[in-house]
Design a protein around this ligand. Structure first.
Ligand SMILES: Cc1cc2nc3c(=O)[nH]c(=O)nc-3n(C[C@H](O)[C@H](O)[C@H](O)COP(=O)(O)OP(=O)(O)OC[C@H]3O[C@@H](n4cnc5c(N)ncnc54)[C@H](O)[C@@H]3O)c2cc1C
Length: 396
């Protein structure tokens, strides 16, 4: 039996386990610091109270039991010795024949923005998203009770970073507020959403179609969009800008950047400025063809040599590649380098509305785009649930 250790039960890690599990001569150990897989791509709906926790997190023990040769260990990996082929979890260690590093990234609360880390929330961990959700509910409750004691009647929620996650969170909250103004009264309208980015545009790097239609939708939901806005400092009450008046706020979320997981600090390999690993064309750590790295913890390049955005989609493509490459290495067969490009993008824009583009040619918006995005997400979720159902039966 070939022993494969997968570090990280995120989008990449789970897809790698699924791929490897189809080979009978491989046994897999999946390790994650949390006992659950967190569906970050659904965070916007969880924060805004549209989804429950069981729609954004699934138990990794039950999921792993749904396979024949998969074992799950809940532990924080502290280092990996590529020469001795061992994964360390504090005092514990585990030997491997092949290893896949899939431990993702975390929010980069830029240290040059004073007070950012202390005064804002992220959404890349369930814990932070949970706290943010409570804050949002709290604001709505205050408006419902009319117990808001702030000097101004307006309550500002600031979202720093107008990339995919920031835009989706802003749109969903704005949609909820708009809807609530019918039921809890016009006081809900006193909650203002500000989407702030230092770039010239929202969703930098996406097409004109996506940008234009997203902009329109956000405006119609009443989101205040501030581009070319450099946040210089954040304190308990105000967000300060380089070239504009400070903005009083109630709470803030930051989605403006990512940096690699802290584990990368101890991994001896070349890295980029965001501390992501620089891997070779086979997604190997330089010098170790039995050690693969995938997803957000690496700088991933597409077929054209351009850097791919850190997405669940890219994490899954790289995972499928790594699983096949390991099987090829076991069988001694030749295989090509990783060659992937982005298939498309769908942006959830509050309620039953989305904007999407597939293979750059198919462009959709509104309810159709929402239906397509929901179908993709639902397909992913159902796959997890089926595996969990099997695992749950196997457990009893
Ligand atoms: C709000 C939001 C919306 C998004 N929307 C989309 C979207 O619509 N489409 C899309 O494609 N992408 C989207 N993304 C991006 C996507 O979620 C990430 O790119 C994706 O999660 C990366 O997958 P991954 O497997 O590399 O890492 P992750 O999914 O982050 O998983 C990493 C795992 O490793 C574990 N881990 C970390 N360190 C250790 C350690 N030392 N020991 C053990 N375990 C460890 C973590 O607990 C985690 O479970 C969105 C992200 C956010 C935040």
């Amino acid at each position: 039996m070939n022993r494969v250790v997968v570090i990280g039960g995120g989008y990449g890690g789970l897809r790698a386990v699924e791929g490897l599990s189809t080979y009978e001569d491989i046994e897999i150990t999946l390790i994650d610091q949390n006992p659950y897989h967190y569906l970050q791509t659904q965070a916007y709906g969880y924060i805004a109270g549209e989804f429950d926790v069981n729609e954004v997190a699934v138990d990794l023990y039950n999921w792993s039991l749904g396979f024949k040769r998969v074992k799950f260990i809940q532990a924080t990996v502290s280092s990996v010795d590529f020469v001795k082929q061992e994964v360390f979890m504090g005092e514990e260690q585990l030997s491997y024949d092949y290893v896949i590093l899939a431990y993702g990234a975390k929010t980069n609360f830029f240290s040059f923005i004073e007070g950012l880390r202390e005064n804002s929330y992220g959404v890349k961990s369930l814990y932070r998203a949970f706290n943010f959700r409570k804050e949002f509910e709290n604001v709505i409750y205050k408006k419902l009770q009319n117990t808001d004691d702030s000097s101004s009647q307006e309550l500002n929620i600031v979202i720093g970073g107008a990339g995919l996650s920031g835009v989706e969170v802003a749109a969903e909250m704005a949609h909820v507020i708009k809807n609530y103004s019918k039921t809890i009264g016009s006081r809900a309208k006193e909650i203002k959403i500000y989407l702030v980015d230092a770039s010239e545009t929202i969703l930098p790097g996406t097409s004109d179609y996506i940008i234009k239609n997203t902009f329109k939708r956000l405006e119609s939901l009443g989101v205040n969009i501030l581009t070319n806005a450099f946040i210089s400092k954040v304190d308990k009450s105000f967000v300060y800008f380089k070239d504009a008046e400070p903005l009083e706020y109630s709470f803030m979320i930051f989605t403006g950047g990512i940096k690699a997981s802290p584990l990368n600090e101890v991994i001896e390999s070349e890295k980029n400025k965001m501390d992501q690993l620089l891997v070779d064309k086979n997604l190997n750590i330089s010098g170790f063809d039995n050690a693969f790295a995938i997803g957000d913890c690496i700088e991933m390049k597409g077929a054209d040599g351009n850097i791919l955005a850190p997405t669940a989609q890219s994490a899954e493509r790289s995972a499928e590649y790594a699983a096949k490459a390991i099987k090829n290495r076991i069988d001694g067969t030749q295989y090509k380098g990783f060659n992937s490009s982005t298939m498309g993008i769908f942006v959830a824009l509050g309620g039953k509305y989305a904007v999407g583009e597939v293979f750059k040619y198919i462009k959709v918006r509104g309810y159709i785009a929402y239906t397509l995005k929901t179908a993709i997400t639902y397909g992913y979720y159902i796959g997890l649930r089926l595996r969990i159902n099997t695992g749950f039966k196997n457990r009893i």
